[in-house]
Design a protein. Sequence first.
Length: 237
Amino acid sequence: MIQVALCPSEIRRISATDLSEVTAVVFDVLRATSTIVTGLASGVEEIIPVRTVEEARQQKIKDPTLLLAGERGGLPPEGFDLGNSPEEFQGLKGRRVVMTTTNGTAAIESVQTASKVLIGALLNIDALANYLFTHPPKKLWLICAGTGEEFSLEDAYAAGALVTRLSDDQGLSDSAIITRSLYEQVGEDLHEWLRETQNGRQLRKIGKDADIIWCARLSLFDLVCQLKGGRISCLTD
């Protein structure tokens, strides 16, 4: 059965359940998971996701070689080295980053007890599908990080893109069917559509339209990223 958590309240509900047999794929298309995938594809050694700005700063105090990255209200908190734009993560080969964002890193942390936590974006959607074909999970949850406490279209679209690529004979929950229908309706002409989502409008207000263009690209990277021991890195298996 493929199931989809469509918003933060659903993520909190499932985080309180036994996830020991679950593979979770977390999507925060605009922008956290897209930025994580871009960074790791560009040679970042690992990314440490944390829930709060204070946690990120404490990690930096413990290890000054870490770069601080993230956002609140779409912009980097005071004193951070980086924001949450994919382009900022493309020149950091060999560096280690601690990252906190409004929804994405919180969603990742919420499902950290799952058997496996994968990082999903449109940028690596085919690689994810191929990996799940060759490593079929007992249970699969697609986690849509959302916007604040609300549902976000772009995360549901990405979940639908993955559902569409997976085997037709897998059971689908109603939420998985909804996301697949959304993906099929929108198709792959994404930039203008993403610009009109709630997150897209907010990013345009702060001058980040280039991030939308980047995050809308399908399967740019043949890369699967996994959270393990509180750190995200590239899977080599």
